[in-house]
Write a protein that binds this ligand. Structure first.
Ligand code: GLN
Length: 446
């Protein structure tokens, strides 16, 4: 219940999963009861949920983990969040995140990190670390995050839960603060594939307010696994994994074989360039999307400054953290004339190659499989000093966003490190619009 969720949020406050609590939650829970009493049928009646702090909920603060949006109150509600509420869910709080969803550890939040409940000296992954920990620490059964390059799947893997990055366009992005619009998707976290299904059944579908959203109803009923499922193991993701990740992958393949699947290796050679292409596409989009934080329309206006360029400069200097500044610089550079052909335009060609390689692989295979991350949760500070080491954490996830296809991370094992058991996630990837197939396979593996 909403009351229990709020109590649990208090209990595990030291984990830093939530940036704010919805003061209206209790009152909204009572309204849901009244709707039930009036005979409405609500698939998520009274279910407490948490949403990432880049999702707008009318009348609540939305910071995106950034100082520049401190004090901003949303004037409207994101479509996915509205649909959850229409189905009877109650948002109990907003989740911590890397600033503007840029990061893989939630260490880039301006409001402090979120801790991994499995080992509090380790990161929960990112950028949706707060949404993942809200589920993994038992505050709520389901939460929403956003996945531009792995930000739902990787924190799901690091915290031992389920996370889905839907097909691009399957969930409306209206009301999701944009990071890289051609890659961003809202995705759910849960403790089972069935719960992911339930949430997708509610939030997916066309929305006139997002012209990239697709007209394609979600089949919330999970059909049983079909025999002779053809599973392709991505060869490029087989090297460089820690022993526990390797063991979890082998264990998953054995389980799939037992279920009657045909398993073979498949090569997607351009995946080698996925991280480079991703950062050359995501940062230009970010530099353009973040131009609106100018201290005028959005963001704190510096006091006493009357000259416009100085006002914008000061607002951004004070409001943005170092990673966001790095991304804006990188993105602006990649788009500038003289460099455009060498970087942005080449990255777009790599993107197309990757999409083609996925499409070719799906001629032979029903699903593809790889680890979600080459390693389990790492320690605070272990990667935050070196941007390239942090970007390397996205090795297994970013290609999926470049191709626009759906992927799911499910908990399939543990790795022992320093006497602690750390969860390991395995990633399943399906062709566009076959999100339901991922849930079916994940259910069979439960
Ligand atoms: N780690 C990746 C990045 O920083 C992905 C983030 C995300 O999916 N929002 O861009």
């Amino acid at each position: 219940t909403v009351q229990q969720a709020l109590a649990r949020a208090q209990e595990v406050q030291h984990l830093g999963a939530l940036l704010s609590v919805n003061e209206q939650a209790q009152a909204q829970a009572e309204q849901v009861s009244a709707r039930l009493q009036a005979g409405e049928s609500l698939p998520l009646a009274g279910v407490p949920v948490v949403i990432k702090d880049n999702l707008n909920l009318r009348g609540t603060r939305t910071t995106c983990g950034s100082r520049i949006l401190e004090g901003y109150v949303s004037p409207y509600t994101a479509t996915a969040v509205q649909r959850l509420q229409d189905a009877g869910a109650v948002v109990i709080g907003k989740a911590n995140m890397d600033e503007f969803a840029m990061g893989s550890s939630t260490e880039n939040s301006a409001y402090g990190p979120t801790r991994n409940p499995w080992d509090e000296s380790r990161v929960p992954g990112g950028s949706s670390g707060g949404s993942a920990v809200a589920v993994a620490s038992g505050i709520v059964p389901v939460s929403l995050g956003s996945d531009t390059g792995g930000s739902v799947r990787q924190p799901a893997a690091f915290t031992g839960i389920y996370g889905l990055k839907p097909t691009y366009g399957r969930v409306s992005r209206y009301g999701l603060v944009a990071y890289a619009s051609s890659l961003d998707q809202i995705g759910p976290f849960a403790t089972s594939a069935a719960d992911l299904s339930l949430v997708m059944g509610v939030i997916a579908g066309h929305d006139p307010l997002d012209s990239t959203s697709l007209e394609h109803p979600f089949q919330a009923e999970v059909s049983p696994l079909f025999a002779r499922l053809r599973v392709g193991v991505i060869r490029e993701a087989l090297a460089g994994n820690t022993p526990g990740v390797e063991a979890a992958l082998q264990h998953t393949l054995a389980a799939l074989q037992e279920l009657g699947a045909d398993i073979a290796e498949v090569s997607l050679p351009t995946l080698e360039h996925a991280i480079a292409a991703y950062y050359l596409i995501a940062t230009p989009e970010a530099s353009s999307n973040l131009a609106r934080y100018d201290g005028m329309v959005y963001g704190q206006r510096p006091a006493g400054v009357t000259e416009v360029n100085r006002a914008m400069g000061e607002a951004r200097a004070a409001g943005f953290g170092p990673e966001v500044k790095r991304r804006i610089l990188m993105g602006t550079y990649a788009l500038s004339s003289g460099y455009y052909d060498a970087y942005y335009s080449k990255a777009m060609r790599v993107r197309r190659l990757i999409a083609t390689e996925f499409a070719d692989a799906f001629q032979q295979f029903d699903v593809l499989i790889s680890p979600t991350s080459p390693f389990p949760a790492f320690r605070f500070g272990e990667r935050s000093g070196d941007p390239l080491a942090m970007y390397a954490a996205d090795a297994d996830t970013v290609a999926v966003n470049l191709a626009g296809v759906p992927a799911l991370s499910l908990p399939m094992g543990h790795e022992e490190q320093d006497g602690r058991r750390l969860p390991v996630g395995i990633q399943l990837i399906a062709p566009a619009l076959q999100d339901e197939r991922l849930l079916m396979v994940a259910t069979a593996l439960e």
